[in-house]
Design a protein around this ligand. Sequence first.
Ligand SMILES: NC(=O)c1ccc[n+]([C@@H]2O[C@H](COP(=O)([O-])OP(=O)(O)OC[C@H]3O[C@@H](n4cnc5c(N)ncnc54)[C@H](OP(=O)(O)O)[C@@H]3O)[C@@H](O)[C@H]2O)c1
Length: 316
Amino acid sequence: MGVLAVLILPLLVVGISGIVYIYRTVVHLMSKSAVRSKVVVITDALSGAGKGKVGKMMVHMKLSRLVMCSRREERWNCLEKHPQIHFGNPSGLETFTPKLVLLDLSDINCIQDVAKEILDCYGCVDILINNASMKVKGTVQNISLELDKKIMDANYFGPITLTKALIPNMISRRTGQVVLLNNIQGKLGVPFRAAYAASKHAALGFFDCLRAELQEFGVCVSTVTPSFICSYHVQPQPSNWEASVWKFFSRKLANGVHPVEVAEEILRTVSRKKQEVFLANPIAKAAVYIRTFFPELFFAVVAAGVKEKQKIVDDK
Ligand SMILES: NC(=O)c1ccc[n+]([C@@H]2O[C@H](COP(=O)([O-])OP(=O)(O)OC[C@H]3O[C@@H](n4cnc5c(N)ncnc54)[C@H](OP(=O)(O)O)[C@@H]3O)[C@@H](O)[C@H]2O)c1
């Protein structure tokens, strides 16, 4: 009885670890098969946090027919420069060379042509990942109306125009998935981010409505909302316990998630056809709940100290 009592805890730990390992392996394999041979379009694949996200996703995406969109042609050089974005074929499975497409989401009139170019190339689109977006920080008085409109074009009108151009193909085939990379600022407003938050609120509202409309056609709409994505450059090496500990604490301290984690979540979202994902630490999650249930408390907290910060933001 005494020996059994001593052994029960280690056995329990080993048992749970085994189950977690098997679960993660199955999820990993499911993520891979979810994109295999599929036509996947991703906007802004080669810069910002996208670089980190795509680097990770490539492990799976090289099995898909990937269309990478960027508004800068020179960014294509990234494919050669970044070792994580390679298209080797170690597993012997069929892999595809990505198609590179020039796309400026603010240039609304050109988006139809870009969609046509993609559809002419592959005949269909299975997954659209709306990742690109434009940020701006400043007081409402200091951001011009012209810039407000530019942000709205890049973060709202651009993604919805591309989505509208590609969904008829998904509807006619009764399959497909549209993913929106959103931001916690699409759920709550904080000072000095008015234009960005407005565009992200608008995008979230649009995709929430679209989800309901497309359900009967078998097309899934997903929104992935991280609170803060930390820098792509600080990437802990896998299978290194120090790095893992660092990753855990840095994530907690910076209140953000690493682009690689975002990539993994996007893959899980695609493979499980999740509708809404909120990637945030408990503080950010609490903020969203406080905004919903105790709005006056939330408004008081975000307004505190605005006067001092306003000067710093305006000086920048
Ligand atoms: N960073 C975060 O903390 C955070 C947190 C939550 C959610 N997110 C979301 O995650 C996604 C990626 O964020 P990120 O941090 O990678 O953003 P980022 O570093 O600012 O990069 C955004 C990219 O979008 C591209 N872009 C901007 N305007 C464009 C346009 N008109 N047409 C085509 N491409 C355009 C830019 O390309 P150029 O390089 O050519 O300018 C830029 O590289 C965004 O949707 C963002 O809202 C980010």
